[in-house]
Design a protein around this ligand. Sequence first.
Ligand SMILES: [Zn+2]
Length: 425
Amino acid sequence: MENSLLITGASQLLTLRRVGPRRGDSLSNLGLIKDGALLVRDGVIAAVGTRAQVEALPEARVAEKLDLGGRVALPGFVDSHTHLIHAASRAEEYELKIAGASYEEIARKGGGILNSVKKLRAATAEELKKRAKAALRQFAAYGTTTIEAKSGYGLDVASELKILKLHKELATEQPLEIASTFLGAHVVPEEYRKKKDGAERYIKMMEENLLPEIAQKRLAEFCDVFCDRGAFNVAQAKRVLQAGRQWGLEPRMHAEQLSHTGAAQLGILLRAASCDHLEQLNKKDVRAFGKSETVATLLPGCDFHLGLKKYAPARELIEAGAIVALATDYNPGTSPTLSMPMILSLACTQLRMTPAETIAAATINGAYALGREKRVGSLEVNKQADVAVFEVADYREIPYYFGVNHCWMTLKRGRVIHAANEPTT
Ligand SMILES: [Zn+2]
């Protein structure tokens, strides 16, 4: 069969098999198969098991062969929180932050998100697309095969639609899968800040002019709100997320990052797909996540880049039974990385998660956060053959070697989308 592919030679094949999100002890269950193999048919996994089991299948004999040479293979990472489309870096603010300016001080001086808004509005769709495509190639090079992407640097009708349309175009023009999120409620834009009830007027504008068009053109699956000090309060966040849901967009939130506002409890109440950040969670919040289907997505790259000392309470969340996911929060202001392996390293050392827990959080639980757990996030029959292969002997070495890319090959739907250069001898 010409569309069949037999993948062998995985010293450790991390299948992440078993339906449903991973909570508590099950977060460290990777479904590891030694000397594992996969049979892929038309981009979908047809069989998974040991080499002996899979090679015994009649179809395996006639399939195209790919030998991983004893490397470690796992599901492609599912990065469930990124701000893919932006116009430029904010390296100048990085320097100010190192000199002691706080994130909020920089925002008050017209820096921060509003700085990115100014640059995005001035950029053409072509420029933004070129930058995003380069980033997507890098995501693939670090083993990521599915991402979520948020708008939120446009903050007016034309610019927000420009970003969301790019998500849609990019989803068909390059191999990575993109889940599109409308984050109009990122901050209140400059032109509304001067007005009385500026935030309320801006929300009204989104309700009347943006959400109907986004829904009609199917430009987003999710609606997100940055609910925090200096952004939107809980009542405003609730209004935005309910409006989004009326237009068919599932809620998700930036919650409890800079201050404790009650955002996480709102997210849980609204059955949001995920609440992300969570550095300021209290014990009651942690318990609530343990009983909730809302994914607790942790973004340690953000705290690392900002030099903050307080990370999210990952161990407490895991012990409470929460569905914990990890994501990069790729964005120019607070987490300019698209390397999921780096996030795993940070999660191990700063969040005290085990290497196994970090891998489950960045694959199957990330898929769950995006409502894609039936198609991606694990290597099981009838799921997409999205595979990341690492040049290591043991999966624990993926977070152990930090700041170095050991991703040797990435496959999306059974097709190679990244291959490391062969070492020259
Ligand atoms: Zn974010």
